[in-house]
Design a protein. Structure first.
Length: 319
């Protein structure tokens, strides 16, 4: 690894570790037993860890789940659901400095089924995760430690009434938002028509992001850190659209802004296959997206890369 790769910088002057110290994919065939997911390369001290996991096959009951050192053991969020925290015994144990133990819950250990984990460490210039309590006041600001402007923010209400996930994307702008379970972008904003900064983001007074006394968790992703992460958008052209990242991706999540399709996740661990983050379906063949050493390409087909439609994406480098 070159010194340049070891000392990745941002325009804000933050030094960002290389991707293999921030993100890892782990895949295996489940056997019904406990396992250990290691991340010793992260050099974790007290940074928060986030794990997004899915049984790749096995039917609609096996949806994506998200665990974190911030949530505590056996507590998960589910992108498919509008409900808040779910207690799931036998999922994620306590998060240590180099690993987390996962239990024998079928969502993580189903016998003879393939399982994938995406492991992230919160770090300036890459991603952050924060919790806050709502005050029902429009213009409420929430501090974060990303250190750069976010390109995407996911917010989930975790207490009180069930509410959908609310997503900010810089490519959409601060006057609109998009949800996990609603196919098109909203025409109004839950972000008080205010762009986030390198140290805080702003929410309106709506119950999805800022109900009085309710708890929330926000996941923030850096807009564009060389060789690490990029959040962006592109206009469909009905042919093949190539996105030049300048590096090889290992993880791409994308969705049409104004078209009825799902949040599609493609990763280097499952070449030629994809899964929908917002559904519990099996992985499926997905020949429209291909990765290269400099980015990714999306061919037209079905709801992918349609002419006159706009798309958003979150790309993370291959470790």
């Amino acid at each position: 690894m070159s010194m340049q790769q070891m000392l990745l910088g941002t325009s804000s002057g933050i030094v960002v570790p290389p991707i293999d110290e921030l993100y890892r994919q782990i895949g295996y065939r489940g056997n019904g037993n406990n396992r250990t997911l290691g991340y010793s390369a992260f050099n974790r001290v007290n940074e928060e860890i986030v794990v997004i996991s899915k049984v790749r096959t096995g039917g609609p009951a096996f949806e994506f789940i998200i665990g974190s050192s911030l949530f505590g053991a056996n507590t998960v969020l589910r992108p498919k659901q509008t409900s808040g925290f779910s207690s799931q015994s036998g999922t994620y144990g306590s998060f240590g400095s180099t690993s987390v133990n996962v239990g024998n819950n079928d969502l993580l250990a189903r016998n003879n089924e393939d399982i994938i984990h995406h492991i992230f460490m919160a770090k300036p210039g890459f991603m952050d995760i924060v919790e806050y309590t709502g005050n029902a006041t429009a213009g409420r600001t929430v501090s974060h430690n990303l250190g750069v402007e976010p390109g995407a923010i996911w917010i989930k209400r975790t207490s009180g009434l069930d509410r959908d996930w609310i997503c900010y994307w810089k490519a959409i702008g601060n006057t609109k938002h998009i949800k996990m379970k609603i196919v098109n972008e909203a025409t109004t904003s839950n972000f008080n028509n205010t762009s986030p900064t390198s140290s805080q983001f702003t929410v309106g007074s709506g119950s999805e992001v800022n109900a009085q006394g309710s708890d929330y968790v926000a996941f923030l992703f850096a807009e564009d850190t060389a060789d690490v992460i990029q959040c962006g958008g592109f206009a469909g052209n009905g042919g093949t659209r190539t996105i030049n990242l300048g590096w090889e991706p290992g993880f791409v999540l994308y969705k049409g802004r104004n078209i009825g399709n799902n949040w599609t996740l493609v990763s280097s661990n499952a070449s030629g296959m994809a899964m929908n983050l917002d559904e519990g379906n099996n992985e499926f063949h997905h020949s429209q997206m291909t990765f290269s050493s400099t980015g990714f390409s999306v061919a037209s087909g079905g709801s992918q890369n349609q002419s006159g439609k706009d798309y958003i994406y979150l790309a993370i480098a291959k470790p």
